[in-house]
Ligand binder design. Structure first.
Ligand SMILES: NC(=O)c1ccc[n+]([C@@H]2O[C@H](COP(=O)([O-])OP(=O)(O)OC[C@H]3O[C@@H](n4cnc5c(N)ncnc54)[C@H](OP(=O)(O)O)[C@@H]3O)[C@@H](O)[C@H]2O)c1
Length: 263
């Protein structure tokens, strides 16, 4: 643990999965500024260390260089850091990915396994492990990162969309199961955000750049601000879901591209 600071243990903690890039890293920076200490989860340990170093002056950090698909290692990590998880207030289930855009008849089964195991099962694993702590503390907020792909399907996106439809169902189901407790659950559903998402999906920097070419996509910071906002609502307000598109995108697969450089 680094950067504990004078008030390290007195502060509230947020756990952010997929903190090594994109929306997760931006959210870590935002929540650090809001006074949260951070449990940062992702596989790329060097990136976690770099982020922790950057946030050293604002937040204490606990690094979780783990694969969210590995329930046993998640459970071990939580068990070993129980004292910190007792002070957990916010869980941001952000780790996720899309792989490929092939038609289902041509798709690679391993891609499906990776998406389902990460986006659905990983999210469930950590949620299940954190819930007892949030319930015992009597306050807490679980923010799931869904997608517009969790509402509308597009060609070649069937399985990725199914994982995000699942995130929406899990959000609604968890809300119902937690009714009568003070815990809040939110599904944040972004359209196009310029992160490493398309590089991971397409595996080619040029193809990834083309996704965002000649339009102004959302920035990771835009989603981080939204997460900060939903968490910041008074305790009696539960923003249950929120759909955010870039202005240049009106629906999945309907974007406006211009020849002018984005401002
Ligand atoms: N970008 C978009 O247009 C968009 C739109 C709607 C929703 N989303 C959703 O937003 C979330 C964040 O994506 P992003 O756009 O910020 O993409 P990103 O830049 O590629 O970041 C994805 C993060 O997820 C982590 N991750 C992936 N697999 C993991 C695993 N097995 N174990 C632990 N961590 C894992 C990655 O960390 P490591 O690789 O270091 O493990 C990385 O930190 C995802 O759930 C995505 O589906 C994105």
């Amino acid at each position: 643990m680094g950067g504990e600071g004078r008030h390290g243990h007195m502060k509230k903690w947020a756990c952010i999965t997929g903190a090594t890039a994109g929306i997760g890293a931006a959210t870590a920076r935002r929540l650090a500024e809001r006074g949260f200490n951070l449990i940062l989860l992702g596989r790329r340990k060097d990136r976690l260390k770099q982020l922790a170093g950057e946030l050293e002056k604002t937040a204490a950090t606990l690094l979780a260089p783990l694969d969210i698909r590995d329930y046993a290692s998640l459970a071990k990590f939580v068990r070993e850091n129980e004292l910190i998880f007792r002070d957990l207030e916010v869980l941001v289930n952000n780790a996720g990915l899309a792989r490929g855009l092939e038609k289902m008849q041509d798709a690679v089964v391993e891609d499906w396994q990776e998406m389902i195991d990460t986006n659905v099962k990983g999210l469930l694993y950590l949620t299940r492990l954190c819930l007892p702590f949030l319930l015992a503390r009597g306050r807490g907020h679980i923010v799931n990162i869904g997608s517009v792909a969790g509402r509308w399907v597009y060609p070649g996106g069937g399985v990725y969309c199914a994982t995000k439809f699942a995130v929406r169902a899990l959000t609604e189901g968890l809300r119902m199961d937690l009714l009568g407790t003070p815990l809040r659950v939110t599904n944040v559903e972004p359209g196009m955000v310029e992160t490493e998402f398309s590089l991971v999906r397409l595996g080619d920097p040029q193809k990834a750049a083309n996704v965002y070419a000649k339009l102004q996509p959302l920035r990771a910071e835009d989603i981080a601000e939204t997460i900060e906002w939903v968490v910041d609502r008074p305790a009696h307000v539960n923003v249950q879901e929120i759909v955010i598109y870039p202005t240049d995108q009106a629906a999945v697969g309907l974007v406006h591209r211009t020849n002018k450089e984005a401002p």
